[in-house]
Ligand binder design. Sequence first.
Ligand code: FAD
Length: 584
Amino acid sequence: MARYGPNEHDVLIVGGGGAGLRAAIAVAETNPELSIAVVSKVYPMRSHTVSAEGGSAAVIKDNDSFDDHAYDTISGGDWLCDQDAVEAFVKEAPKELLQLEHWGCPWSREEDGSIAVRSFGGMTNKRTWFAADKTGFHLLHTMFQTTMKYDPIQRYDEYYVTRLLVDNGRCQGVVAIELATGKIEAIAARSVIMCTGGCGRIFPFTTNGNIKTGDGMAFAYREGVPLKDMEFVQYHPTGLPFTGILITEAARAEGGHLLNKDGYRYLQDYDLGEPKPEPIHRSMELGPRDRLSQAFEKEEEKGRTIEGPYGSYIHLDIQHLGEEIIDRKLPFVRELCLKYENIDPVKEMIPVRPVVHYMMGGIDTDIHGATKLDGLYAAGETACVSINGANRLGSNSLTELLVFGARAGQAAAEFASEQKPFSSALEALATDESRRIEKGFFSENGSNPESIASIRQEMYQAMEKGVGIYRSEDSLERSQEKIQELQERLMNVSIEDHSYTFNTELVAALELSNMLDISEAIIQSALQRTESRGSHQRVNYPDRDDEHFLAHSMAYKSEVGPPKIEYQPVTITRWPPGERVYGH
Ligand SMILES: Cc1cc2nc3c(=O)[nH]c(=O)nc-3n(C[C@H](O)[C@H](O)[C@H](O)COP(=O)(O)OP(=O)(O)OC[C@H]3O[C@@H](n4cnc5c(N)ncnc54)[C@H](O)[C@@H]3O)c2cc1C
């Protein structure tokens, strides 16, 4: 039995969202002897997973098959998915969702008592399990309760991780600030799993919660781990215009229509199929998200969207579903519309526009969640395995958290079981980090002090203008220059709040520096991919170019300037690249 000092563990998980909690349970089940830490900057139930609405995909009905789920995922991802990972994913998906049922997740039911499934964008069959339209809440709650059964899991709630502890080429823990006291300390671990979620907050208009600042991606990137496929940023077609609050795809899955300013179902003009009688799969409103968001931009160009105070929008109409179905299957949609738009979707149309939603790219991992850095693993939205390729299908992400959270947990547990000793340098590394934070943010920096708010605002503009749904060389280059400038200006930030208790200004400064690093990786990867694939659309390169770009981009941090981009082949097992066809 291993002996532990204070703040010493076998496996440390950064993140208490779906991926983090699933990984923690997997570690406890793989080796009950191991000591496990779950470190989270917010109380776990406040992680973004809680806000997932629509559902989680896995084959369950007789008319469905693993091959269909795999093919939909691969073609939806425009052939950039690694097919070995997709095959493992679709096979393990139903087991994971059934496991959640056994842990207490209240999946919605058909009349006969079997699991209910709904259609979701880009899926040929109904395979999206749901718990009304609060799936993420139930999923996270179920896992949170389950983690309480395992004594070896110790939580560090409201600890903000600032960097990885890496010595002798091995990741051996993290440095974290205890937010309640301001104490900066080392937490050592034989293996670390990053489950820190996505980074939608680098854009101004997003469905993502404030905490989604891509911290884990930045930490891994700074230690030489490549960020993979970062140019692929998903826009969800239906966000509320002012807040960016998501109106779930389930609204369209249940039969909602998208209408332009003339009340016309315009998607029939965009190679997404004809309007069809129910059931509609993969056509019109249930086409994939990248195509729907691109169609919105085209409608806008044609002047067929509606002008509003927060940009142009179109309508999502669910009135014809009737109050009973809306209240039973989409209660949260009604609640959100009433609370945030003062609109009742039972009798009014919902204004919506595309909104930044999800990162397909992330920390490069293998199929077991292992990164190129010994002892470091990653899972969930922060990782890129990759099952999402150039465009994720809705409802695959929650399932991904479970399948690859579990896999990463098992692999990290095995690595930690070797009980390699800790390096003696960890305390010194933590002291260095403490000094870096002190010097970087608390001392008077330069004669021209900068504010966090203005740098963040300029980052938003650079990302929105340069790296939106359609991208040009010019816009990308300008954004790259801007981000470089902001990186330099960040050196002159000094924060006003010097208190130790819940110093949110310090956290905001640290998050901003993470977001700037990630922004440069996104822009540079986008600049060098001179083709259009999935969510990455280059105006002067409208076609997919498999000859040159059937490959993952790998962004490596440079000492100065933009990152170096290399390419890694895509794993193709059984589905050679083909046309993406919808509406059939
Ligand atoms: C509004 C919305 C609805 C969605 N609906 C669906 C859906 O219906 N179906 C679907 O499949 N997908 C959906 N998604 C996507 C999916 O919910 C997310 O991709 C997924 O939940 C991410 O889970 P995660 O565990 O990777 O990260 P998160 O749930 O984001 O958790 C990240 C964790 O990392 C911690 N953390 C981060 N940085 C630090 C740090 N520096 N120090 C300490 N802790 C840190 C946070 O505290 C948090 O606990 C939706 C997303 C949004 C935004």
